[in-house]
Design a protein around this ligand. Structure first.
Ligand code: HEM
Length: 496
């Protein structure tokens, strides 16, 4: 992040000089303006984010300048929301005007001209895709239908760790990501795919390139910067490779459907089956490219988010022995005498659920959600907001707002004991899945993909840091991309 910011600022200076040579300054506006930090010409407020991670930098700025603040990121104007009060106001009263997504290079290239769900502009096409998500792809019934896949893959991970032997370090980051990517592959295509490693690496690379703070994002009107930064070229290469990979899977699927005369609508339909059925029955016009874009969304939105949550949960538990013991006691009592843990068994485990909620409070994988964009000029609390203004909801700051959360920085699952909050707080004080029309439609699947792996990892093994380091020395440094991950992989030593 730091390198990309510094590169952005260096390139911005060049653009600034060119700009100065070719433009005259405009008269100062007299309109009421939102509070903002001091800014520099052309780069705006980007310099405030040097040496920090965007969600933390923006939180610190908001604590000084206000929880509804304006920021200029290069040439992009953004309104930044950092408190439950403003999140509620904006995501209810102004939800529709802000329901758009800003155009992005990722959307143009990798999402086949924004024909996925995540980046699709607000409108009829997006509405239809949301309906397909709610009723078909990510419905409770569908999430349940992937139960045996989750159980098998979790069990495989337990066996792999056992095969390595007690006391041998395990790279949990790698293994958890692989587990969730395999679950998603099997859910999407019915099996783990041949090129799975390559596929998931490419999806990870897209996410890494889509943080929203690099030079191409902050100067959208200067397309030559996309080339100069190499982003356009990289995304094109990734898209072409993924296009071949998913294209082949679609062709294979179509062949199998003809051979097997597949019974449409059966309970084991994969995500790809569902989309091909919708296409074939003309329920909603979808092209193969649309299907590729939607499938990529399921991976992009569904793998990193869940795997990061499992990793952060383990990290927090390691540093909080009291919570770790309590969770393991709950699991051992619930599964005493059972060889295998079933998906249904974990749904009602109180403390496991509290741990997951508290992890998502402190470590929302998408701390600045996915940027929204204003569709029309509006007035928010007396401030004029121009169309195309970006909306950044700093969920990271909201989830840690000291006005709402006692000891906000402390990992304390018990704080949710008497609360009904699961996916969002009634007062918008807890928003790991966002809120409003663009809220995450995959929360049920995301939670299921977190709970079961976490239960397995905590039930079957005791964990400690390698080389005799004490658990409270675990490094918790974050790295910012499309989602916030651990900077250093989580390598731990199991005993059993
Ligand atoms: C722990 C897991 C997850 C977390 C914390 C999470 C969080 C989020 C957040 C914060 C947003 C953006 C909301 C906004 O822009 O206001 C989002 C959007 C989205 N998520 Fe998730 N997500 C998770 C898992 C999943 C899964 C498993 C899927 C599907 C496989 C999924 C699919 C999506 C989609 C399609 C969108 C875009 C919705 C739209 O633009 O209409 N997510 N998610």
């Amino acid at each position: 992040m730091e390198v990309s910011l510094i590169t952005s600022i260096a390139l911005a200076t060049i653009v600034f000089l060119l700009y100065k040579l070719t433009t005259r300054s405009s008269p100062t506006s007299t309109k009421k303006r939102l509070p903002e930090p001091w800014r520099l010409p052309l780069i705006g407020h980007m310099h405030h984010l040097i040496g920090t991670l965007p969600h933390r930098g923006v939180m610190d700025l908001a604590r000084k300048h206000g929880s509804l603040m304006h920021m200029k990121l290069g040439e992009v104007s953004a309104i930044v929301v950092s408190s439950p009060k403003w999140a509620k106001e904006i995501l209810t009263t102004y939800d529709i005007p802000f329901a758009n997504r800003p155009p992005s290079l990722t959307g143009e290239i990798v999402a086949y001209h924004n024909t996925d769900i995540v980046l699709a502009p607000y409108g009829e096409y997006w509405r239809q895709l949301r309906k397909i998500c709610t009723l078909e792809l990510l419905s409770v019934k569908k999430v349940k239908s992937f139960q045996s896949i989750r159980e098998e893959e979790c069990w495989n991970l337990v066996q792999e760790i056992k095969d390595l032997g007690s006391g041998r370090p395990v790279n949990l980051s790698e293994n958890i990501f692989k587990l969730i990517a395999t679950v998603m592959s099997r859910a999407a295509f019915g099996r783990g795919i041949k090129d799975q490693k390559k596929f998931t690496e490419l999806v990870k690379e897209i996410l890494r390139l889509s943080g929203g703070f690099d030079i191409a994002d902050i100067y959208p009107s200067k397309p030559f910067l996309e080339r100069l930064s190499g982003k356009r070229g990289k995304l094109n290469v990734i898209r072409n490779t993924l296009d071949d990979l998913i294209g082949n899977l679609i062709s294979e699927h179509k062949r199998q459907q003809v051979n097997n005369n597949t019974d449409h609508g059966n309970k084991n339909e994969t995500l790809l089956d569902v989309l091909l059925r919708i296409k074939e029955t003309n329920e909603f016009p979808l092209t193969d490219d649309n299907i590729k874009a939607i499938i990529l969304d399921m991976f992009g939105a569904g793998t990193d988010t869940s795997s990061a949550t499992v990793e952060w949960a383990i990290s927090e538990l390691l540093r909080c022995p009291r919570a770790m013991e309590k969770l393991q006691a709950e699991l051992r009592q619930a599964f005493n005498g059972k060889e295998r843990i079933k998906d249904d068994d974990v749904q009602n485990l109180t403390y496991l659920n509290l741990v997951v909620r508290e992890t998502l409070r402190l470590h929302p994988p998408l701390p600045l959600v996915i940027p929204h964009e204003c569709r029309e000029p509006i007035n928010v609390a007396g401030y004029d907001v121009a169309s195309n203004t970006k909306l950044i909801v700093n969920v990271f700051a909201i989830n840690r707002d000291p006005e709402y959360w006692k000891d906000a920085e402390t990992f304390n699952p018990e704080r949710f004991e008497n609360s009904s909050t699961i996916v969002m707080g009634a007062d918008y004080e807890y928003l790991p899945f966002g809120a409003g029309r663009r809220m995450c439609p995959g929360a049920a699947l995301g939670l299921a993909n977190v709970q079961l792996p976490l239960a397995h990892i905590m039930y079957y093994f005791q964990w400690k840091l390698p080389n005799g380091a004490s658990n409270d020395q675990l490094d918790m440094t974050e790295v910012f991309g499309a989602s916030v991950q651990r900077k250093n992989e989580l390598v731990l030593v199991p005993s059993f």
